[in-house]
Design a protein around this ligand. Sequence first.
Ligand SMILES: [Zn+2]
Length: 243
Amino acid sequence: MDRWEDEALVLSTLDYGDADRLVTLLTRGRGKLTAFAAGARKSRRRFAGALEPGTLLRARLVERHGSTVRLDAVEVVHAFPHIREELPRIARALYALELCRELLRDEEPAPELLSLAVDWLGRLDAGEAGPTSVLAFELQALALAGLMPRFDACTLCGRPPGEAPRFDVDHGGAVCADCAPRATGPRIDPAVLEGLAAIQAGARQPLPPALRAEARGLLARFIEAQLGRRLKSVEFLRSVGVD
Ligand SMILES: [Zn+2]
């Protein structure tokens, strides 16, 4: 039997039976894993509401050979309470957590992604994470997962994307007008590519709302193509009017 303690961010939870809960965690040492929390919904004492998405924990985990990891005890390191006060913040947090969950394979350590997520939740909690920062978070998370879209050059010929570029999710980025016959994907405003390239390079100035909405749509298509499905929280973001 293996027992260990680790820092762990709750990515999602799933109720199991009538008393238990399955908790998907991003742990510092072992990456993403799903742990069984026995009695999590009955015993207030043991987990005391700590097993909510977006909570950073100090977790005691137990693994018997060949069986599911069990969550033995937890201590809340940070609950990011102000995120829960506003629907747009909740929507952005759930989106970021779902993106992390879907980008990760089980038990593959991803300490940089954990640090990125915790840092971003901290800024969201402090009211310092505006809409453009969601784009920045997505681009950084994609880069850490090895799925960085290319905006500053044509993915087929490497030249500048020019005045009439397209965005091709299959080729993973911008395509110039000369290469368009070999590509799929819609025409895109060059300013959107420039804005995204600047964010990728570290710029943090807010994008104008119209550009931001187009950039969001473009990244949503890219992420959907990479993962093979649409993230559920994208609809929630839209329904609360957050782009
Ligand atoms: Zn080209």
